[in-house]
Design a protein around this ligand. Structure first.
Ligand SMILES: [Zn+2]
Length: 329
């Protein structure tokens, strides 16, 4: 499990956590908020590990003491991972059994009793209220970390008692370098995934292992290549076929990235600036066929469809309209 020094990005948050340790001002409750795969768990784990490390230096855990060794094997008696037990939501009983009862007794072996609550956006209102009592009068040895993708799910009373740390998207170059060294990918592939992952290393890693994503991308780019040569009826059929990918949030990003590369090549005539290197021939061909204004309008149409779908416009209809509009432009 990584230490602070192994985490890519999030320097501001890590610095602030380290300073709180150094100045002996560790809070009793933190909310780490960020997208899926953004590094919330890594930060919470690294923080928990160093808080109970018996030989920490410069606010980094030693990795060798009893606490660190127990932590690495997920057996640290003073670190608790709170989970939903009966339903998908973390219930009031879960909080009572896994937090409220446990905070009553002092740590077994180390400085802090630490509770890490992942998917804290699934805490029911009752569960949050049960937790509130602990947040209002926490024993000095307690640290609670709530990890969430959606900070708006918390009651204002809970929010006001926690230090909120928002994880920002990580720079694409840093992600590229990370996945090159971690996964051994070549620069072209690593750059490609770093552009698709919305600033989340976890997402970049997931996509790089997702064969379905790769197949979908192939399929979608084939559609875009064919678009201008098909009649309206065939375009409608193509829109219907695309529907099978509707649960993939990256679907329209694929289209956007493709036309972004086409526009970029059209203007700059520089192959090195193409992100989707494996599609270079397709991109060059489209850049030759399409007018600059047409490409820009297609990019706008793709941005618009993402907005429309958020407002619950039916998927297939939206894609039909998108393709027809793109063709007419
Ligand atoms: Zn240690």
């Amino acid at each position: 499990m990584p230490d602070f020094k192994d985490i890519t990005g999030h320097e501001r948050i890590i610095k602030s956590l380290k300073e709180s340790i150094k100045s002996n001002k560790v809070s009793h409750a933190y909310i780490f908020s960020g997208l899926k795969g953004s590094g919330k768990k890594l930060i919470a784990d690294a923080f928990a590990k160093v808080l109970n490390c018996q030989n920490a230096q410069n606010e980094e855990s030693c990795g060798k003491c009893h606490s660190c060794i127990q932590f690495e094997s997920r057996n640290n008696p003073d670190v608790f991972y709170v989970k939903a037990t009966k339903t998908k939501s973390i219930s009031v009983d879960d909080i009572r059994e896994q937090v409220v009862e446990k905070v009553k007794t002092k740590p077994y072996s180390y400085n802090y009793k630490i509770f890490i609550i992942d998917k804290a956006d699934t805490l029911t209102v009752q569960a949050q209220n049960a937790l509130l009592k602990t947040l209002e009068e926490p024993p000095e040895y307690v640290v609670i970390m709530l990890l969430t993708q959606n900070i708006e799910s918390f009651l204002p009373t809970v929010l006001s008692r926690c230090v909120v740390m928002k994880l920002r998207p990580i720079n694409a170059d840093k992600i590229k370098e990370y996945i090159m060294s971690f996964k051994g990918l070549n620069e072209t592939d690593a750059r490609f995934y770093s552009q698709y992952c919305g600033g989340s290393i976890g997402e970049a890693l997931r996509l790089s292992e997702d064969e379905e994503f790769y197949a979908m991308r192939q399929d979608v780019i084939d559609c875009l290549n064919k678009l201008d040569s098909l009649d309206t009826a065939s375009v409608m059929l193509m829109a219907k076929d695309i529907e099978k990918y509707k649960l993939y949030p990256e679907l329209f990003d694929i289209m956007y990235m493709f036309y972004r590369d086409v526009l970029c090549y059209k203007i700059l005539k520089d192959e090195n600036r193409i992100i989707e290197k494996d599609k270079t021939e397709d991109i060059k061909r489209q850049a030759k066929i399409l007018d600059e204004k047409v490409i820009s309008r297609r990019l706008e149409a793709i941005i618009n469809i993402k907005k429309q779908l958020k407002q619950n416009t039916p998927f297939q209809l939206s894609v039909e309209v998108l393709f027809i509009n793109m063709k007419e432009n």
